[in-house]
Design a protein around this ligand. Structure first.
Ligand code: GTP
Ligand code: SPV
Ligand code: MN
Length: 593
């Protein structure tokens, strides 16, 4: 399929190592894809769902021990340890290859090696970068064909260049003890082995578009971020774009596909989705920042997705979708998950492949769930009813605002604005959030997750902060930076803010601030809205007092938080830019005033 000697030689070497029975080059042609789907169904890797209700949709179940990203088995392999930094697991490239090479040896015997050429970013755009993933998983192939622009057209763009990301994936025998997700940023190389779960093995996503790309972005003067991108259309037709970084399973897909509340819809407001997980961002000639979504599909959290919370995501999954680890409804051969509706199927198979009795389902006990809490849908972006007309833009959309956010039961207010780019970088650097099911490990523990990039920054976190500061210096018209928290709870643990579509109200205040149309009140942590400036028209159960409660900055809990911020900064150490240390000192002084 290509005459590129670098590609041919590398594929031959990897085939020599892994010893597949056959090699198949993925063309992206529908005919080949359809053949692969049929093959996956025949082997049991995919279950074909009801063609009338869910055309071209499939169900896949992973191994029960392989359901989320494994951060403790994810490594950045740079020559110098300090280049990976204190927040990443590190191995030297030599040590890592010595350890993994024997695991790959013959790991594809009896299987086919698929060669998937893909592009992150629209082919032909300055943003586009080519990767090739070699895999023995047909599930990976079919997912990559949705998540990235894949096939022979990518090899055409590559031509005879050696500039491509070399990815090797083998599910091997799914041995947890020998599961590794490793990155060699100095060699544009990604290896993953013994997993077949999305974020570990769909290498275009977190491995390339964040870990490797963040490294490249620092070198080349751009940014790779864990951010959604959306456009708010005003009744006069004007569209304003923002990007937002929230940690995994903290609401990016939901915000990206937001449906405005009736009150705003009637006036003509609309929201358009450019991306739901990753943004590649570059400064434009006009001194603004421009963002693209390098992906081509959504790998979204299924549980909680429903007609009310996210009708656009639900509609997107109605065709051409691969569902992973959800409930199989045997009565009509469709799928179900917790939070879809109040009618759990009576005749059903749970995510583990066992008969599932919905009457034993207890909301508070996750082990009784029919769908895994991190069950996902892989859906085609173009099938989304609110997909932006700029989705295939070659130049990206200009950002008015960058929004950070996390899951904080207390401490963080509904929204606040940073005083400057520098202060905004600081606000991103001290982000914290309760952990979720998107990664293996405990759920609900508060941890610092700067810019939602803790698991995804491919280099030293302090240098990453420095890169943010440097980017700001290049911008004559930088986006304003905000922080939001949809997850404040009352004393009973209920969310105070209704969230979802209602988040539009916060977005509008943010955009008003960017346009110089709204006032703000200075506080110890940054600018807060005046409670009456958050429009609660048509919103039941939320009063001015609720907003006031949501905007409280409790100095005591912030002062407690200072200790954890200092501890985190100490862990990162000397590479933290002086600008951020100064901001920390200012915050402390403000809080103790
Ligand atoms: P990744 O794909 O892992 O990066 O996650 P994400 O950031 O895209 O998260 P997603 O939008 O899928 O939301 C994850 C969970 O948060 C779902 O269970 C949602 O129902 C819930 N959620 C999203 N938005 C809100 C909100 O505004 N309020 C509340 N209370 N929950 C929300
Ligand atoms: C996340 O965990 O942030 C995801 C899903 O978006 S994964 O592809 O597994 O990384
Ligand atoms: Mn994500």
């Amino acid at each position: 399929m290509t005459e590129n000697k670098y590609v041919k030689q590398w594929v031959a070497e990897m085939a020599e190592l892994t010893a597949p029975d056959a090699i198949v080059w993925i063309t992206g042609d529908e005919e080949q894809t359809e053949k692969l789907r049929k093959q996956a169904v025949a082997s049991g890797e995919l279950i074909k769902l009801n063609e009338e209700k869910l055309p071209n949709c499939f169900l896949h179940r992973t191994a029960v021990n392989d359901v989320a990203r494994v951060e403790n088995r994810t490594f950045i392999c740079t020559t110098k340890k300090e280049d990976a930094g204190p927040t990443n697991n590190w191995m030297s490239p030599d040590e890592c290859k010595a350890k993994l090479t024997p695991l790959y040896k013959g790991s594809m015997r009896g299987r086919t090696m698929y060669v998937i050429p893909y592009s992150m970013g629209v082919l032909g755009s300055d943003f586009s970068k080519i990767g090739i993933e070699l895999t023995d998983s047909i599930y990976v192939v079919l997912n990559m064909l949705i998540m990235a622009r894949a096939g022979k057209k990518c090899l055409e763009q590559l031509g005879d260049s050696p500039e491509f990301i070399k990815g090797l994936h083998s599910k091997a025998d799914l041995d947890e003890e020998n599961r590794y997700i490793v990155h060699f940023p100095e060699e544009n190389t990604i290896w993953s082995i013994n997993s077949n779960y999305g974020g570990n093995v769909l290498q275009g996503k977190k491995c390339f578009a964040l870990r490797i790309a963040s490294w490249l972005g620092r070198k080349e003067g751009w940014m790779a971020e864990h951010m959604l991108i959306l456009g708010v259309e005003y009744p006069n037709g004007e569209i304003k774009y923002v990007s937002a970084a929230f940690p995994s399973a903290c609401g990016k897909t939901n915000l990206a596909m937001l449906v405005p509340p009736e009150y705003f819809k009637k006036q003509g407001y609309k929201v358009w989705c450019v991306g739901d997980d990753i943004a590649w961002i570059r400064p434009g000639k006009d001194g603004r920042l421009y963002a693209v979504n390098p992906e081509n599909g959504f790998f979204g959290v299924a549980p909680g997705t429903n007609e009310k919370s996210n009708p656009n995501a639900l509609a997107t999954t109605k065709r051409d979708t691969i569902f992973t680890n959800v409930v199989h409804n045997l009565d009509d051969n469709t799928v179900w998950w917790e939070g879809l509706d109040n009618n759990p199927p009576k005749n059903a198979i749970d995510w583990k492949g066992n008969k599932w009795d919905y009457t034993k389902y207890d909301k508070k006990d996750k082990s009784t769930c029919g769908a895994h809490p991190n069950s996902r849908f892989t859906a085609v972006a173009k099938n989304c009813p609110c997909v932006s007309s700029e989705f295939d833009s070659l130049t990206g959309v200009p950002l008015e605002a960058i929004i950070f956010g996390g899951r904080r039961a207390k401490t963080a207010p509904l929204v606040y604005e940073a005083r400057s780019w520098k202060h905004g970088t600081f606000v991103g650097s001290i982000m914290a959030s309760e952990t979720t099911a998107a990664a293996a490990g405990a759920v609900g523990v508060v941890r610092r997750d700067p810019m939602a990039m803790l698991p995804f920054c491919g280099y030293n976190m302090g240098d990453y902060f420095g890169h943010w500061i440097e980017m700001g210096k290049k911008l004559t018209n930088a986006p304003k930076i905000f922080h939001v928290n949809w997850f404040r709870t009352d004393d009973e643990g209920n969310f105070i803010w209704p969230g979802y579509g209602e988040n539009m109200r916060v977005l509008l205040w943010i955009l008003d601030r960017c346009a110089g149309k709204a006032e703000a009140v200075d506080s110890a942590i940054g600018y807060l809205p005046k409670a009456e400036d958050i429009n609660v028209e048509g919103l039941e159960g939320v009063t001015l007092d609720t907003i006031k409660e949501l905007l409280v900055v409790d100095k005591k809990s912030w002062i407690e938080d200072l200790d954890s911020i200092k501890e985190f900064y100490a862990k990162i150490g000397d590479t933290i830019p002086k600008e951020l240390r100064d901001e920390l000192a200012t915050l402390e002084a403000n809080l103790k005033k």
